[in-house]
Design a protein around this ligand. Structure first.
Ligand code: SF4
Length: 290
């Protein structure tokens, strides 16, 4: 009898694929929550409940940008100062509500941990991102027509369902269908922006723009207001479709935890919420500290 894979239900998206390619074992732990453990007798898997400070900073900036676009599409005013005040209040609340866990989990080596200073540092960084967004990035969209932002869409590649959630889509004066993604972190060591850009390209081509030459994908780095731009071609579209099929075939056919091999590296394992369940991850960190 062919058993059903514990990850057969996972649809393809940039996020699920990125997780899988960074470490198949982490993907397994994330999506097969009641599956097997590699060791017996260990307590049930747990994950850190508090969002890491860098991730919270990114989501606050991201949400503030989405709110600004909401005002923009309604032709309403939203000042930088009002947006910065909202970001400050959200980050202060995050630190106030989680200061003990932040100190123990993310500032364990900082004996002088001061929650107020920590909050102020997050707030300053977020406000700098927002200032760059308002002053450098926003003006570049003045002549664009709004299409959608922060909406989730699905489409099919063969029998596989693919999900996308583009940050912002517009039509430029030149007629380009422009998909924009905000990047709030400096360098994402374990991400693959090209994969994300190609996924947006495939979606835009399927749903909005049959002419590939008129699709522009751009990643905007909100720390410095820099734009990375790409125009997908036919080979790119075929490459992303191939990856979607092959990833999904793995997720459907893999049966046990042993099929999802760990790919330990000290940097990523240290921040992995499943470290306490992963012998490979603990070994690599142990070796590094020896
Ligand atoms: S600890 Fe490392 S090897 Fe283990 S699941 Fe997490 S990322 Fe993968």
């Amino acid at each position: 009898m062919v058993e059903c894979s514990p990850t057969a239900y996972v649809d393809w998206s940039y996020s699920t694929a990125r997780l899988y390619h960074a470490c198949p074992r982490r993907f397994y732990y994330t999506y097969a929550p009641s599956g097997e453990e590699e060791d017996t007798g260990r307590e049930s898997r747990s994950s850190t409940t508090v969002q890491p400070p860098g991730a919270r900073l990114g989501s606050v900036v991201h949400d503030c940008i989405a709110e600004k676009i909401d005002y923009w599409r309604k032709d309403a005013e939203r000042t930088l100062q009002a947006t910065q005040a909202v970001a400050a209040a959200r980050l202060q609340q995050y630190v106030d509500e989680n200061k003990d866990e932040i100190r123990d989990t993310y500032a364990a080596n900082d004996e002088e941990f001061d929650p107020d200073e920590f909050a102020q540092s997050l707030i300053r960084t977020a406000q700098n991102h927002l200032e760059t967004f308002f002053q450098v990035v926003c003006p570049q969209f003045d002549s664009h027509w709004y299409i959608t932002h922060e909406e989730t869409f699905s489409f099919g590649v063969g029998e596989h369902t693919v999900w996308v959630r583009p940050d912002f889509c517009t039509r430029s004066q030149d007629g380009d269908f422009v998909v924009t993604d905000w990047k709030t972190s400096s360098v994402e060591r374990f991400s693959e922006p090209t994969l994300q850009a190609l996924t947006y390209g495939l979606w835009a081509h399927r749903e909005y723009e049959p002419d590939l030459d008129r699709i522009l994908i751009q990643l905007v780095h909100t720390s410095r207001g820099e734009f990375d731009r790409a125009r997908p071609d036919e080979a790119d579209i075929n490459r992303i479709k191939y990856q979607i099929r092959t990833d999904r075939e793995d997720w459907i056919s893999f049966q046990s935890i042993r099929d999802f091999q760990p790919e330990p590296e000290a940097g990523k394992c240290r921040s992995c919420e499943f470290l306490s369940h992963c012998d490979a991850g603990r070994s690599v960190i142990h070796e590094e500290t020896d």
